[in-house]
Design a protein around this ligand. Structure first.
Ligand SMILES: C[S@@+](CC[C@H](N)C(=O)[O-])C[C@H]1O[C@@H](n2cnc3c(N)ncnc32)[C@H](O)[C@@H]1O
Length: 268
């Protein structure tokens, strides 16, 4: 994936591509995209790392789980040579009720109405497709999006930046990984959340199993079935799994891939 528009990296939390501004405070989850600024939940450092990492990989098609205020799909649409960027989110597709105008919590629960205008204004209507009201673990709904947007064409890159819950992320992997071409990448962001200082005592993920459980299972799957993946690359904030040569279908389930000598894994 190549950068095809120069990015003006003004600061870690503000950058401009082709006249469109991106930026956010990263952590509050309170900001709304406006026609002049797209809220993106990634700082410049992470995007630059992604661009470097993805540079050697030809990427025509992207499927991303997790849209929020539109930041990452619009950034990939504006800045890169990806031909189609399809993203989905379980937020309500709207239109939002009237009280969204003065109640931010209501507004944030719905698709941001500014997104369609931005996509149109910057000529991305054919390339960037956002689907709201779709949960990442809903096999029928996610499959319908993939069928509608990609048809028989294999996907080059899947990015999971949605709930970061173990169960959801595992399900998304089972649903979307088989649709990658051989050599395509499946990226799981923020796999390490359970091991960061912020989540040692409660917080958003308090009662949830660690996402790293999924990474352990992927490693075991690779050891059990060497043709499943070409490799698994672990970085500090994402894991990239490269699809191997084995063709996979809708019946792909991780449990079937693990040779465990009769033992069972317990979740941390
Ligand atoms: C971290 S934000 C995505 C940020 C965006 N990719 C960016 O970089 O600006 C995570 C998003 O995942 C969505 N999400 C949470 N659970 C989900 C689920 N089960 N299915 C689909 N989306 C979900 C949330 O609504 C939220 O918009």
């Amino acid at each position: 994936m190549q950068l095809v528009q120069p990015v003006d990296w003004i600061s870690e939390t503000k950058f401009v591509v082709g006249g469109l501004s991106f930026g956010s405070d990263l952590g509050s989850y309170q900001e709304l995209t406006t026609p002049d600024n797209v809220v993106i939940l990634k700082e410049a450092r992470l995007l630059k790392e992604y661009l470097n990492f993805l540079a050697p990989h030809p990427v025509r098609n992207i499927l991303e789980f997790g849209i929020w205020q539109g930041g990452s799909p619009l950034f990939y649409g504006m800045a890169t040579d990806a031909q189609k960027i399809v993203a989905l989110d379980h937020l309500n597709p709207g239109p939002a009720p009237a009280d969204a105008a003065h109640d931010r919590a209501v507004a944030l629960a719905y698709k941001n109405p500014a997104l369609d205008g931005i996509i149109e204004r910057y000529g991305m209507s054919k390339r960037v497709k956002l689907h709201f009201g779709v949960s990442q673990d809903d096999r029928a709904a996610v499959t319908a999006v993939m069928d509608e947007e990609f048809g028989d064409e294999p996907i080059d890159l899947v990015i999971d930046d949605a709930s970061h819950y173990y169960a959801h992320s595992r399900k998304s992997f089972e649903i979307a990984f088989p649709r990658l071409r051989e050599g395509g990448l499946y990226i799981i962001e923020d796999w390490q959340w359970a091991h960061s200082p912020a989540y040692q005592n409660g917080g958003h993920f308090a009662d949830k199993p660690a996402l790293s459980n999924l990474i352990f299972e992927l490693l075991i799957a690779y050891g059990s079935q060497p043709d499943l993946f070409w490799n698994i690359i672990v970085r500090d904030w994402f894991v990239a799994v490269t699809k191997g040569s084995r063709p996979l279908g809708d019946d792909f389930r991780l449990d079937d891939q693990l040779r465990m000598r009769g033992a069972t894994l317990s979740l941390i």
